[in-house]
Design a protein around this ligand. Structure first.
Ligand SMILES: Cc1cc2nc3c(=O)[nH]c(=O)nc-3n(C[C@H](O)[C@H](O)[C@H](O)COP(=O)(O)O)c2cc1C
Length: 373
């Protein structure tokens, strides 16, 4: 029976346990997307804290696909030395690192994209800050090429894997979802056609990195909204990805327009609120042959352990708890099994936008109060 603290391997990438830092935008890169010393230290804290695999914050593959300040970019050859310094620091501390690749599509704005945002369709929906332009076939080819090139850089710069961002309403998700994809050409209509973009992209990434390198995906299990991507269609995509050779699927769900069922839910007050994508992840696990990771609301050791033992999931991913406690994996491993202290308030986003990097505001306020008293 699988346990949280055992070694495991995905396509040749061996991890010291089954705990994953889910992709978390830190807002710590410079204006162009180049990693800074502060970011490297943040990753070093996570790696020293005992996590098995770190998935980076979402890294744009081309500048018009960027969204937030301080976001990582994997679009420039001259970032090589900085990224190699990042990956080698993580490796020296015993963790693995995967680069998450993204194009934000319509879920960005002109100020960040440097041009009018582009999406599958020029629709005016809550999810998009502006009405985007509709991607041409040539632009689609350019984006899938950019994913391949970014993946090739990631491999050359010693990342252990790449993860495609196929969730949270970004471009891959936008193509999959009938809410944002209203195309009438070969990229729209049936789920077969709505997933064409993803499979073209996957094939280019696979060709770029080779068969012996782990290619993972964070996949939405549902848009959690009326008229969005359904669980059935997402399951169909998961099965096809597994058949096509994807090395692991990390299950998430929702978009910023999904209300309470958005990807980073608040009000996780008791064990029953935790692991809110567990049922969807189990459905996917039962249908695929590749390993499955699950993210969303894991806070207590018991819930995480049950997900592996009773639900048969292969990896447990966390984002917010590790902002407050980068050493949570080591703490649990040492036998201190108290739940993560994260209160899931999402206060960590704001300093990423305003202060050059995310941190736990609850903890910082508590420390400030203590110093004052
Ligand atoms: C500050 C912050 C940044 C995030 N950045 C990303 C990201 O870059 N890519 C991604 O796939 N998810 C991102 N997420 C979502 C998390 O990976 C995760 O799916 C979500 O927070 C639920 O997991 P949790 O309850 O363990 O935090 C982010 C979440 C937070 C709070």
């Amino acid at each position: 029976m699988a346990t949280l603290f055992e070694e495991s391997t995905i396509a040749g990438m061996t991890m010291r346990n089954r705990l994953v830092r889910s992709a978390t935008w830190e807002g710590m890169c410079d204006h162009d997307g180049r990693p800074t010393e502060k970011l490297i230290n943040c990753y070093l804290d996570l790696a020293n804290g005992g996590i098995g695999l770190i998935v980076t914050g979402y890294a744009f593959v081309s500048p018009e696909g960027r969204q937030l300040s301080g976001q990582m970019g994997l679009h420039r050859e001259d970032f090589e030395a900085d990224y190699k310094s990042l990956t080698s620091s993580v490796h020296e501390a015993g963790a693995r690192i995967a680069a998450q690749l993204v194009h934000c599509g319509g879920q960005t704005d002109t100020a960040n994209a440097g041009r009018r945002p582009l999406a599958p369709s020029a629709v005016d929906v809550d999810q998009f800050p502006e009405t985007p332009g509709e991607l041409t076939k040539r632009e689609i080819d350019g984006i899938t090429d950019a994913f391949g090139e970014a993946a090739q850089r990631a491999r050359a710069w010693c990342f252990d894997a790449v993860q495609l961002h196929g969730a949270h309403g970004y471009l891959i998700n936008q193509f999959l979802s009938p809410h944002t994809n209203r195309r009438t050409d070969e990229y729209g209509g049936s789920i077969e056609d709505r997933s064409r973009f993803l499979f073209e992209l996957y094939r280019k990434v696979r060709y770029a990195v080779g068969d012996d390198y782990p290619v993972l995906i964070k996949l939405t299990a549902s848009d959690n909204m009326e008229g969005g991507l359904s669980s059935e269609d997402a399951l169909n995509v998961a099965k096809k990805l597994s058949d096509a050779g994807i090395d692991a699927i990390e299950v998430s769900a929702g978009t910023p327009a999904s209300g309470e069922k958005n990807p980073a839910r608040v009000k996780i007050n008791k064990p029953g609120d935790e692991g809110y994508n567990l049922e969807e992840a189990r459905r996917i696990k039962e249908a695929v042959i590749c390993p499955v990771m699950v993210v969303g609301g894991f806070r207590s050791y018991e819930v995480a352990e049950n997900a592996v033992r009773d639900y048969g999931l292969d990896y447990i991913s966390m984002a917010r708890p590790l902002i407050r406690e980068p050493d949570l994996a080591n703490r649990w491993h040492r036998g201190d099994r108290r739940p993560a202290t994260c209160i899931s308030c999402n206060g960590c986003f704001m300093p990423g936008l305003k202060e050059g990097g995310i941190y736990c505001v609850v903890e910082k306020n508590a420390q400030a109060k203590e110093a004052k008293d």
